[in-house]
Design a protein around this ligand. Structure first.
Ligand SMILES: Nc1ncnc2c1ncn2[C@@H]1O[C@H](COP(=O)(O)OP(=O)(O)OP(=O)(O)O)[C@@H](O)[C@H]1O
Ligand SMILES: [Mg+2]
Length: 276
C-alpha cells in the first residue's frame, strides 16, 4: 500500500514538474511568490493569453519570463519562443542574462540573442518597431510544436507590434511590464477580455515590500505621485500634468521613465514621466 502511494505521489510530483510553475520550482529551483506561480500556471493551457502588470523589480524578467521560456524550450522539441521588448538593451542585458544562466546549466547552446535546446527548440530575442519582423512565426502544431511569444517591458512596445503578434496566432502569449500611461498597446491588451490578467504590487514581493514603498514615498514626498503608483502599486500613470511627450530617443533621459509608445505617421511618440 505504502509502495503504491509512493508511486502515485511520485507521479503527481513528476506531472507537476511539467507545468511551468512546477518546472520553475522543482527543476529550476526557483522559490516562487504566489502571484508568480499563478501567472506561470495560467500559461499552461494551449491558447493561453496572459498579461502581467507589476511593480518595478518584482521578478517579471528574471523569474516569470525566464521560467516560461526555459520551460517551453525543455518541454516541446522543435518549438519556438519569440522574445521581444521595446528596447534591444533590455533583451540582451536583462532577459538573456537570465536565460544564459539556465541555458549554460543545461548545456544548451546560447548566443547573444538565441538559446537552443539539443532537441531543436529555440528561443530568439529581438526588439523591434517593425511589425514585419514577426511575419513567418507560426506553430506547426499547437500541441506538439507550439509557438510561444513573450513581450517584456510591454509598455514601450508599439501598438502595431501587438497586431503583428496576433497574426502569428501564438500557442501561448505572455505580455508583461510595469505599467506606463493609460494608452498604447500594453494598456489596450490589459483591457482585452480574451486575456487572463494579473497584477502584483511591491507589497506582494517580500524582497521589496514596505521598505521599498517607504523609500519611494520619501523620495517622491507622497504616495499620490504617478511614479509611486506605477513602481510600487502597479497602477497606470493617468495624470496628464505629470507626463510629457518625447519624440526622440535622446529625450528619454535618466530623469524620466517610459509611459507608453505609439507611432503617429512616421514619428514615434512616447509618453514619459518626469522622475526627479
Ligand atoms: N521569487 C523571488 N524570490 C527571490 N527574489 C526574487 C523573486 N522574485 C523576484 N526576485 C528578485 O527581484 C529582483 C528583480 O528581478 P527582475 O529584474 O526580474 O524584476 P523585473 O520585474 O523584471 O524588474 P524591472 O521592473 O526593472 O523590469 C531580483 O533581484 C530578484 O532576485
Ligand atoms: Mg524586467
Amino acid at each position: 500500500m505504502s509502495c503504491a502511494l509512493t508511486a502515485i505521489e511520485n507521479f503527481i510530483i513528476m506531472s507537476e514538474a511539467w507545468t511551468p510553475n512546477g518546472f520553475a520550482s522543482s527543476i529550476l529551483g526557483m522559490n516562487l511568490y504566489d502571484w508568480q506561480r499563478d501567472v506561470l500556471e495560467a500559461l499552461m493551457p494551449v491558447g493561453s493569453k496572459v498579461t502581467l502588470r507589476a511593480a518595478n523589480e518584482s521578478g517579471k524578467t528574471g523569474i516569470v519570463a525566464t521560467a516560461f521560456v526555459i520551460w517551453h524550450l525543455a518541454l516541446f522539441p522543435g518549438s519556438q519562443v519569440v522574445c521581444t521588448s521595446g528596447v534591444w538593451r533590455q533583451v540582451v542585458e536583462q532577459l538573456w542574462r537570465h536565460l544564459r544562466k539556465y541555458g549554460n546549466q543545461l548545456n544548451w547552446k546560447v548566443t547573444q540573442d538565441t538559446v537552443e535546446a539539443p532537441h531543436g527548440a529555440k528561443a530568439i530575442g529581438f526588439s523591434t518597431t517593425d511589425g514585419g519582423k514577426f511575419e513567418g512565426f507560426h506553430a506547426d502544431d499547437h500541441y506538439k510544436v507550439p509557438l510561444a511569444i513573450l513581450v517584456d517591458e510591454a509598455k514601450s512596445v508599439e501598438k502595431e507590434i501587438f497586431d503583428a503578434i496576433e497574426r502569428c496566432r501564438p500557442t501561448r502569449l505572455l505580455v508583461q511590464s510595469s505599467p506606463g500611461g493609460a494608452g498604447g498597446g500594453f494598456y489596450d491588451t490589459c483591457q482585452d477580455p480574451r486575456f487572463r490578467h494579473f497584477k502584483a504590487t511591491a507589497f506582494d514581493c517580500p524582497h521589496l515590500g514596505a521598505a521599498r514603498a517607504k523609500e519611494v514615498e520619501q523620495r517622491e514626498g507622497s504616495t499620490e505621485t504617478m511614479l509611486y503608483k506605477s513602481m510600487i502599486m502597479g497602477e497606470w500613470m493617468v495624470d496628464p500634468n505629470q507626463t510629457f511627450i518625447c519624440t526622440q530617443k535622446k529625450d528619454w533621459t535618466l530623469n524620466s521613465i517610459h509611459g507608453c509608445c505609439s507611432r503617429r505617421g512616421r514619428k514615434r511618440e512616447c509618453t514619459c514621466y518626469k522622475v526627479w
